[in-house]
Each structure stands twice: as structure tokens, then as C-alpha cells.
Design a protein around this ligand. Sequence first.
Ligand code: G4P
Length: 543
Amino acid sequence: MSAHWKPFGYFAPRKIMTLEQEISKRRTFGIISHPDAGKTTLTEKLLLFGGAIQVAGAVKSNKITKTATSDFMEIEKQRGISVATSVMAFDYKNHIVNILDTPGHKDFAEDTFRTLTAVDSVILVIDCVKGVEEQTRRLMEVCRMRNTPVIIFVNKLDRDGKDPFDLLDELEEELKISVRPLSWPINMGRHFKGVYLLHDKSLNLFEVNKTRKSDTVTSIENIDDPRLDEMVGEKDAAKLREDVELIEGVYEPFDEQMYREGLLAPVFFGSAVNNFGIRELLDTFVEIAPEPVPRFTDKREVFPNEKKFSGFVFKIHANLDPKHRDRIAFLRVCSGTFERNKFYHQVRLDKDLKFSNPYNFLAQSKEVVEEAFPGDVIGLYDTGNFKIGDTLTEGEEMRYKGIPSFSPEIFKEVINLDPMKSKQLEKGIEQLTDEGVAQLFRQEPGNRKFIGVVGELQFEVIQYRLEHEYSAKARFEAVSFHKACWMTGDPDAIRSFCQYRPKEIVKDKDQNLVYLASSPFVLQMARQNNPDITFHETSEFKE
Ligand code: G4P
């Protein structure tokens, strides 16, 4: 046989890597911020640096514009954009970086919280003019719940912002996390000269440039190098020396272990729109951010390097074309190797499923994948088999934890407007709430249905989708509930508590008892008068 003979269907062998090698290459993270701080811009610049896109402007903002409160098509269009850019993977310095996008709009905060369960770390973007804002606080609470490691990027240094030391204090105080600057700005706004990189004692000098792909970093001997005065001017050089002395005196050296435990956040300063400060952020990120971490199921802790595949669904997206009812389930691979066309066990349904067209997400495109590894997110076509939080395994009966429902902020009762279409309405409400668009609470007897959401915008989305996808008509009537509380504690105490207030007791989709408190005062009284019951504002809690 000729040495050049190749069997039919021969492909050049791909470099085979062990599962451990695949895992150690991956960095799966989310970028979070209060709207307008620069999350979209930073995402785009990271993709640009990673070579995943060639020109700036290729990633469309997925934010629901502030004015779009009643323009349904606009919401749909924007939902469409957000599915296209939900996960973006690119190679950088021998790493596979998976960015999981999170909606910035506060009405979709629940979606963001859930996505955060599928990441191993986050980059938090702060606007240097505004500092810590409302959404920043809430997002950090979720990170703290899960001890997610956080890197902070202080953005918009080309504007006159808050004093950087004040900002660091604000970050520590408001976000309840220790911080450690790794770069330091030289002036700000119109006089912004660049940043000093505290680690490798080099200078990254600023120039307004929206398209360049790399920074020019100038090495200097140390902070006393006279070239510093030449480059940034004597006054700014003197101020920088003073600042650096203060930093080294006040802040402990950066401790990677503390970062990994979610206790310490390294801070970088830059200007995303000017591509400035991105390189050091990305370089540090791939170096220190954790590779896929072990995750907990209801039975045991699962390690990424276990041979057998397992993963969970953290997001479901409906097809935008109402003629096709299929949906896309986003699955995070947690252990082993996922393979195309292999049967996997859907634990909740006790059913084996196989996927012939799983795909991965490369920036701007989708590609069918043969296999996927821990840290990867794959899209699975779904005809109704999945709910958010579902676990897939190779047969083991275990369910991933960590997809909590958070108490909604607004509650409304669903009123059917077309009795002939009750079934459609029931199905529509079930499926939309499976997707996580909103939470459904049922009251028995009477089968009253309450929908809980984070923001009004979701009611519009639900109403529109019920009509267009399920031909059902419903109206939402305001009810005055303030918080949903899941209860644990003495079963007898819970039973008698529920007996006395049937109108405020409902069940969530997993049949858990939930107390709908009508005001902060009422909730406080319930807590005071029922010391044997703990009222939780999320569906999953540390006992
Ligand atoms: P978001 O996803 O967090 O909501 O924020 P996004 O990136 O869309 O940025 C919000 C606004 O802030 C955008 O301006 C963006 O250009 C601007 N921006 C981002 N980074 C910087 C920066 O480093 N410096 C300054 N000065 N501005 C920055 P916009 O006017 O809302 O939109 P556009 O017309 O510029 O796209």
C-alpha cells in the first residue's frame, strides 16, 4: 500500500488534547455593568483584540433602549440581536475565551442573574464618572452569593471622573469586596496621559484611537526613572509617584488566591471606546481567571475533569419566527466531553435525548460542534424538553444547583380574555415561564395564576408573545404583593402559617410553597411573629 494512501473520509488528525488540557485552556466569564457604563463597547474591544472580529462596530448593542417601552417589534428585534451575541468564543494566547453576554436592562435582570450561574468569573465595568450604580450593586450581590471572582475595569478615563482613590473606597464600601489596583491612571479627562502598570512597572500612554488593536507599552526602569517626567510631564510624574507610594502603602500586594475566592478584586483603569487598557486587562484575565471550576449538584460536587459528561441549561431562547416553535437551550458543559449524536439523560424528565445539531457560538456565527468541553456553552435545538435549570448527564441522577429564582418585584394576576383559548393560554404561560421570561405562581384552590417579573417591560413581551405565538389573549391585573418568599423551617409552623393566610400562599413551578407578602412591614411582622420559619427572597438558599 502506498505510504500516501489515505482511507476514504480521512481528515488530517486534529491535535488531540487530553480533557485536562482542554479544560485548562478555557476561561468562561461574563461582563456585567450598570447600563451605559460600557459593557457592549468593552465586549467588542475584547473581540477585536482576540481577533474574533476585524472592525469595530461589528457587535451591536443588545441593550433594550430606554425609550422602547411599547414598541413590541423593537423588543423582538433586540431580543434577536441578543440571541446572536449571547455567547462569544475566541482564541487568545492559547486560551479559549467564552464571553457570556448579559442583558444590561434592569427589566431583564433575572436573565443576567441566571447567566451568572454559568460563568466561572466576571469582569465588572464601572463608569469613572458615575461610580457604583444601582445595577452594579445588585449584580455584585449575585456574584458574592456564589463567590464569583471579579475583575473590575474602571472605564471612560477620557472623561473627568471621580478621584481614583475615592472610587476605590466607593468600590470597597458599596460592593463589599476588597480591591487592589493593578494599573493606575495618570490624570483624567482631557489631560488623561495613560496608565502606569503597577505589576510590571511600565507605562501605557494614551492616545485617542478607536481602531487600533494593540497598545504601545513603554518599559521604564521603575517609578523614579527620569524618562517618566519626559513622557508625562513633571507635574503628572510627581503626582504618579506620590499615588504609587500611597497605593503600595495602603493596599496589600495582589493575592491571586483571594481573587479566586471572590474576596479581592483587581482593578484596571482604561477607556474602552479608545481601545485603551484592554490589552493588560485581557492578558491578566487569561492569566489569573479560573479555568472551569467544580460545581455542586443536589447529590455531590462534580469536577470538570470527570470522564462522564454533565451540564445544565441556564437560558432558553424562543425562535423568533412564530411559525417554528422550536427553541434554543443554552447548556453549560460542566464535566467530561459532550458528543454530538450521543444519548444523554434529561434528569428531570427521566428521558434520554440525543442532539444531532448542537452548535457553538463563535462571534457572529454558529457552527455545529462534534464535541464540547467543560466551560463551553452549546446551543441545543429544543422542542419543549427543557426548562431552565435542567441537568443532562450520562445517566447519573443528580441536578445542578445554583439556578435560583429571585423574588420578583412586580406581581400581576393573569386574566384570560378569550375563554375559547384557555388551553393555549395555559400552554403559553407554562412555556414562557419555563424559558424564564417571568415566574409563575399558582394559587389553589381557584387556580389563580400570578406572574412575577422584575420589570414592566416583561409584561409587554409576554402579552405580545402570547398573542403572536399562542393565539391567546390575556390581560394582567395589578395585585399588591411586595415580595415572594420561599419558606423553610418547622413544618408545623409553616403549615399553620399557610392555613391562616390562604390568599397569600401560592406554589412556584417546582411546587414549593411561597408566601407573597403585601408590604415590607407585613413581611417584617411575619418574620417577627414566626421565629420558627425562615423567609428567603431567593428560591435557593444556604441553610
Ligand atoms: P452598555 O453596554 O454598558 O450599556 O454601554 P455601551 O458600551 O453601549 O456604552 C455606553 C456609551 O458609553 C456609548 O455611547 C459608548 O460609546 C460610550 N463609551 C464606552 N466606553 C467609553 C469610553 O471609554 N469613553 C467615553 N467617553 N465613552 C465611552 P453612546 O453615545 O450611548 O453610544 P455611541 O453612539 O457612542 O455608540
